[in-house]
Design a protein around this ligand. Structure first.
Ligand code: AHG
Ligand code: MN
Ligand code: MN
Length: 281
């Protein structure tokens, strides 16, 4: 695992440098989920591919920006599924973006997830590494990642971050979200899952959700490199997750690398409330 961590550290450092003087233009290509690719989505993917390909412990790479898995060392144990640049549509407004990594043993399945990592490219470069407990590291003056603290979710939060076009929400989702605002929750939503969940983890609680919508009945966020890594991190931080039905996102099984799912991540209070709210409908 340590070798994989070192390679990821090197890759995110390279991406952070690339983001300092970027070309924020679009490519003429689309990825497997139909998003128009930015030059920086493709560049970040290239950086990760080039660096992680040198790691002997990695069996295959699965990227948001590649239609198929890239097979590396057949004898190796780990598959790394990643979103090279999350929130890239916010690059033009200079908001914080990140990279997300899920490290699976032998087969891509939530129950085989052994580690989840994300980076956040903002005023500082931060890296969250989670095997047992999510640990926050910050790049210091010596260009090394320095341990800062463990991230823990309290039982209840104050933040309500929810995505998708509101006119395409179900009535149930709209009234659940309203019920949290009626309780005193505040809206905090940037449009980059990395930043929005990072805020909830750093402030100690709240809800991040991306529901099913009429235009995307299976949600927008991708299971293997967005949803499962954050579900793993939030649950290891003491929180809960759900798709609105199951008691954990980590119970879900998908066969296609780019499958998507509705998703809810939060403190236990908000997820328990969601499940009882749905049960009453
Ligand atoms: P990506 O930039 O990797 O395509 O991911 C964007 C995702 C996620 O970060 C965010 O939560 C969501 O898309 C925002 O979507 P909406 O603008 O539809 O809310
Ligand atoms: Mn993303
Ligand atoms: Mn992306």
């Amino acid at each position: 695992m340590q070798e994989i961590i070192s390679h990821i550290q090197k890759a995110v450092l390279n991406i952070a440098n690339e983001l300092k003087f970027p070309d924020t233009g679009y490519q003429s290509t689309h990825n497997a989920t139909g998003d128009t690719q930015l030059k920086l989505d493709v560049k970040s993917d290239m950086i990760i591919t080039e660096i992680l390909s040198k790691c002997k412990n990695i069996k295959a790479l699965v990227s948001e920006e590649k239609p198929e898995a890239l097979e590396l060392n057949t004898e190796a144990k780990y598959i790394v599924a990643y979103d090279p640049l999350d929130g890239s549509s916010l690059l033009d407004v200079n908001f914080a973006v990140g990279s997300i990594f899920g490290i699976y043993e032998e087969k891509m399945s939530a129950k085989n997830l052994k580690m989840a990592i994300y980076s956040i490219y903002s005023a500082r470069l931060e890296l969250i590494i989670c095997t047992d407990i999510p640990k926050l590291y910050r790049l210091n003056h010596k260009n090394e990642f320095e341990y800062i603290k463990d991230l823990k979710l309290s039982q209840k939060g104050k933040i309500n971050a929810t995505g998708g076009t509101q006119k395409n929400w179900s009535k149930t989702h709209a009234s659940f979200i309203k019920s949290l605002f009626d309780e005193g929750y505040r809206l905090r939503y940037s449009g980059a899952m990395v930043s929005d969940i990072h805020q909830i983890l750093c402030k100690g609680g709240g809800l991040f959700s991306y529901p099913a919508t009429t235009d995307a009945p299976n949600g927008k966020l991708r299971a293997f490199f967005e949803v499962f890594p954050f579900a793993y991190i939030c649950e290891k931080a003491g929180g809960k997750t759900s798709n609105g039905i199951n008691k954990s996102l980590l119970e879900l099984e998908f066969s296609k690398p780019h499958s998507t799912t509705p998703c809810f991540f939060g403190s236990s209070y908000e997820i328990d409330k969601l499940l009882s709210f749905k049960a009453e409908q």
